[in-house]
Design a protein around this ligand. Structure first.
Ligand SMILES: Cc1cc2nc3c(=O)[nH]c(=O)nc-3n(C[C@H](O)[C@H](O)[C@H](O)COP(=O)(O)OP(=O)(O)OC[C@H]3O[C@@H](n4cnc5c(N)ncnc54)[C@H](O)[C@@H]3O)c2cc1C
Length: 382
């Protein structure tokens, strides 16, 4: 008998799993509460300016996973794109990530790499086992660079002092002792020429896939399906009945300009007296296009309230305790796979989301063939 599979969420998670199952001969229904596919990666061409706008914030595709890179390019053309971010601090503009240019400008020096390493070593604190983000930053970069580029930005982004955040957020030395200002270190980086929404529409374009937009899936109806692939919020599946997992949400204040307003796609504003974190000028994400007018977003971060779009999972001690309780709840459900950034309550880049969705579909098909239980999570949330 034909089985009935539903993917809740038409972002990369839902679309990639649906495609893989459809290619294996299974009919799939994909629903999304929104009026578009592609989830938070959605892009839409602005009617007035013609600019491709990243509706839920800037998205740059970068990966070290060759299979994922081949996968996305099967469904859309990618143009080369290098993410180069700038930062305005106390009336001066610096280049990020913090590199030799940034540091020479900041210290008013003309030091070579080894000289700068030696100079920074005189500034950093000797903290053998940093516990907080702040201690980690002081150990890596010292107080002045920390205050200029990390402290205020992090406070605005997370709504708390970096002294309260775990050291693990800053895993690697965020300084480059050369002039490389390519934000991402991955070998593959690019931007889909027709935007992410067209790319996801192509992934979903299969005779065995039915897409229903403006459709909210009610978890109480999960039993109507042979299997549910849930990429909505994990706590949302249970009606938030034991509490809400904490997220940061973003407000985008749109403004328009003629010509080139800031000269780059992303300008960070780390200073604490500036209320927003960054300004995005969308047309610079498509340097192969030419537009007279411009669309920009000022980005503000704040605590996510019921009804807001959840963006960044907070994952501090209290959230992890609640997450652990929801993971136990999930174990009581038999025909659901929780997946993606919301379903597993983790920050995931697009390439990781796609990799996990491909693996989840493979694991599901293998379990079906073996008659064993389907995966409960695309990846363990804890
Ligand atoms: C500000 C920001 C910038 C980012 N920039 C980058 C970047 O530059 N590069 C990068 O690689 N990654 C970036 N990411 C990460 C990227 O957004 C995620 O990897 C991606 O969105 C994850 O896809 P997903 O399908 O798991 O989730 P989503 O895209 O969130 O899709 C989930 C979908 O489920 C739907 N849904 C939820 N509940 C229901 C329900 N009950 N019924 C119906 N539909 C439901 C939602 O409407 C949503 O559309 C960024 C993320 C943020 C927050």
């Amino acid at each position: 008998m034909t089985q009935r599979f539903i993917m809740v969420g038409a972002g990369f998670s839902g679309a990639v799993v649906a495609r893989k199952l459809a290619e294996a001969g299974h009919a799939c229904t994909v629903v999304d509460a929104r009026d578009h596919v592609a989830g938070n990666c959605h892009t839409a061409r602005d009617a007035d300016t013609g600019v491709m706008v990243h509706t839920y914030g800037p998205h740059i595709f970068h990966t070290g996973d060759d299979e994922v890179w081949d996968y996305v390019r099967k469904f859309g053309e990618f143009a080369p794109y290098k993410n180069r971010v700038k930062s305005t601090h106390k009336g001066a503009v610096y280049t990020l990530p913090v590199n030799l240019h940034t540091m020479n400008q900041f210290f008013g020096t003309a030091l070579r790499p080894d000289e700068m390493r030696a100079h920074v070593a005189t500034l950093t604190a000797d903290i053998p086992e940093p516990e907080s983000f702040e201690e980690q930053a002081l150990a890596f970069v010292g107080p002045d660079l920390y205050a200029a580029f990390f402290k205020g930005y992090t406070e605005k982004q997370w709504g708390t002092s970096p002294a309260n955040l775990p050291a693990s957020i800053l895993k690697r030395l965020p300084l480059r002792f050369n002039y490389d200002d390519n934000y991402f270190a991955h070998p593959h980086q690019g931007m889909p020429v027709d935007g992410y929404t067209a790319l996801v529409e192509n992934i979903l374009d299969h005779p065995l896939i039915t897409v229903r937009l403006n459709t909210v899936f009610d978890p109480a109806t999960a039993g109507d399906w042979d299997h549910v692939f849930w990429s909505g919020p994990l706590d949302g599946f249970f009606g938030y009945d034991i509490g809400r997992l904490g997220y940061r949400t973003l407000d985008f204040e749109e403004f328009r300009a003629i010509g080139d307003w800031q000269g780059c796609a992303v300008m960070n504003h780390p200073d604490p007296e500036v209320p927003f974190t960054r300004i995005t000028e969308h047309k610079h994400f498509a340097p192969w296009e030419s537009h007279e007018k411009s669309v920009l977003y000022r980005e503000y971060a704040r605590a996510c309230e019921p009804g807001d779009t959840p963006y960044y999972p907070i994952r501090l001690v209290a959230e992890k305790a609640l997450l652990s309780d929801y993971v136990e709840r999930a174990k009581t459900v038999s025909n659901v796979t929780f997946m993606g950034r919301l379903g597993t309550y983790r920050y995931l880049d697009m390439d990781v989301t796609i990799r996990e969705a491909l693996d989840t579909a493979d694991a599901f098909l293998a379990a079906q063939a073996a008659g064993t239980p389907a995966p409960l999570f695309s990846q363990a949330p804890l």
